[in-house]
Ligand binder design. Sequence first.
Ligand SMILES: C[S@@+](CC[C@H](N)C(=O)[O-])C[C@H]1O[C@@H](n2cnc3c(N)ncnc32)[C@H](O)[C@@H]1O
Length: 222
Amino acid sequence: MFDRIVRRYDLLNRVLSLRLDLSWRRQLARLLPAGPGLRVLDLATGTGDMLFAILDEHPDAGRLMGMDMSAKMLSRGREKLRERQMLDTTPLVRSDATSIAAADGAFDAVTMAFGIRNVEHVLTALREARRVLRTGGRLLILEFSIPRGPFCWVYLFYLRHVMTRIGGYVSGDVAAYEYLNRSIEHFPCGEAFCQLLREAGFRNVRARPQTLGIATIYSGER
Ligand SMILES: C[S@@+](CC[C@H](N)C(=O)[O-])C[C@H]1O[C@@H](n2cnc3c(N)ncnc32)[C@H](O)[C@@H]1O
């Protein structure tokens, strides 16, 4: 599906989130441990926007790597890295988040923006993320969530009727944006997702709601 929508993917992210996606990724990047030489793996990296946010916030990061299953998302990501002359230092690798092509303890941090919701075996992916983190390493996940209170209905109306129509029209792929709506509504958020992180073995788990709770940044430590 992501191979199909890659052409307008970045544009639609900006339009449908009113550019909030950029500030959420920036917030996540700010939660990475400070210090030079940081080794970070970005899972479900897509066209690489999470990596760019990390590079902007941590220009001294030591080794960044992106992984994704979609060859076309990765090739768009490589074009963007080439434009910023960062392709040689930031490898993008085709790999499934449920079977990460990396050694145990290879990274200080693992990030994942809007990716976990799309993975079929969520717990397996979380356990894999933990495996490739060093002891004390940090997992940071950004994902859509459903706000509480009266705003919830406004947001659901937007998801079901506005976002689906604009996304379908601009991308030419109505099914992809209907899937986006369904996947957001059904994916566990808040405490339910924190519980999954604990089940996968993470400690000091925390959820930080963003923008009235329409997205949440989750963190946990190995
Ligand atoms: C909504 S995009 C997010 C891309 C990027 N992280 C961002 O912030 O824009 C979701 C990505 O997850 C990838 N994906 C879905 N399932 C995956 C899996 N099991 N392993 C790796 N990547 C996966 C898709 O190919 C897609 O590029």
